[in-house]
Design a protein around this ligand. Structure first.
Ligand SMILES: [Zn+2]
Length: 275
């Protein structure tokens, strides 16, 4: 913030030059009480305070970082430093995480990443490709999700994708299909990322995806291989009732050991016990 010292601001009420004052502000942000440093111009005569646009930016960043620190998310500085330590560009980090470069730029400024994206950031900054860990070595495909669900439905003889059930059961079948496929073929079936939620493994961002999955055309997806079909059949026969897939998923230690909202990495697929 040294550049500020070069800027001279006059009090709008005509009291001459304002001085820079550093204070610590305390606010409640997203339910968390946070403190952050603020630099503002102050008129010593009348007490008028002023900030430049750049200062406003700095304050936003300070709030976001104080919040991230207090809830255990990587701060913008930690993301930048982690990237420098790995000697990778924003584009490379974005590629490793399967996100757009705009997301990286935002997080390195003052946007707060979700808990699952924070987990993905940490993995990528440790040098692992997120493709291995979060997508199971396959490009994410919504039509493929639909195709896998349709295959389950044809074997089970019922609908598991329902409009208002938050994919409560469909996600469990999908998760098993992706995890078992990763364990046995080295590749997931759909490239989906799963988060550990209180009601079991769930498709990450399912709220944003569910509409698209409902509307997706499975004929646009790469056809299932015989091995993939065998895996889906095995899972469907093992869990003929949706409740059984749900209950089994809740016994999996690879779900249990993750904190709420964290990604369940595919690299744990060898520890599955239900199948
Ligand atoms: Zn003044």
């Amino acid at each position: 913030m040294n550049h500020m010292r070069d800027i001279k601001i006059e009090c709008p009420k005509g009291h001459g030059k304002m001085v820079i004052r550093q204070t610590t502000e305390k606010i409640n942000f997203r339910g968390v009480s946070i403190k952050f440093p603020v630099e503002q111009y102050l008129c010593r005569v009348c007490g008028t305070k002023a900030g430049t646009a750049e200062q406003t930016d700095t304050i936003q960043k300070a709030i976001a970082d104080a919040y991230r620190k207090s809830v255990g998310l990587l701060t913008s500085k930690e993301i930048v430093e982690g990237r420098r330590k790995m000697n990778i560009t924003q584009a490379t980090l974005a590629e490793r995480m399967n996100v757009g470069i705009a997301s990286i730029k935002r997080w390195e400024r003052s946007s707060i990443q979700s808990k699952s994206m924070d987990h993905a950031l940490r993995i990528a900054l440790e040098g692992q490709s997120i493709g291995d860990s979060c997508t199971g070595n396959r490009t994410f495909s919504i039509p493929r999700i639909k195709l896998v669900i349709k295959e389950f439905e044809s074997i089970l003889g019922k609908h598991i994708l329902k409009k208002n059930d938050k994919m409560l059961f469909a996600a469990k079948y999908l998760w098993y299909a992706d995890m078992v496929a990763h364990r046995e073929t080295g590749e997931s079936m759909t490239g989906a990322t799963y988060a550990a939620l209180p009601y079991g493994p769930q498709l990450n961002n399912y709220k944003d995806l569910i509409e698209d999955i409902m509307k997706a055309d499975q004929s646009e997806a790469e056809a299932l291989s015989p091995e993939e079909k065998r895996i889906i059949t095995r899972i469907a026969l093992r869990f003929p009732e949706e409740r059984m897939a749900y209950a089994s998923a809740h016994k999996e230690k690879i779900w249990k050991k993750q904190s709420n909202g964290a990604i369940i990495p595919y690299t744990n697929s060898s520890e599955l016990t239900g199948l």
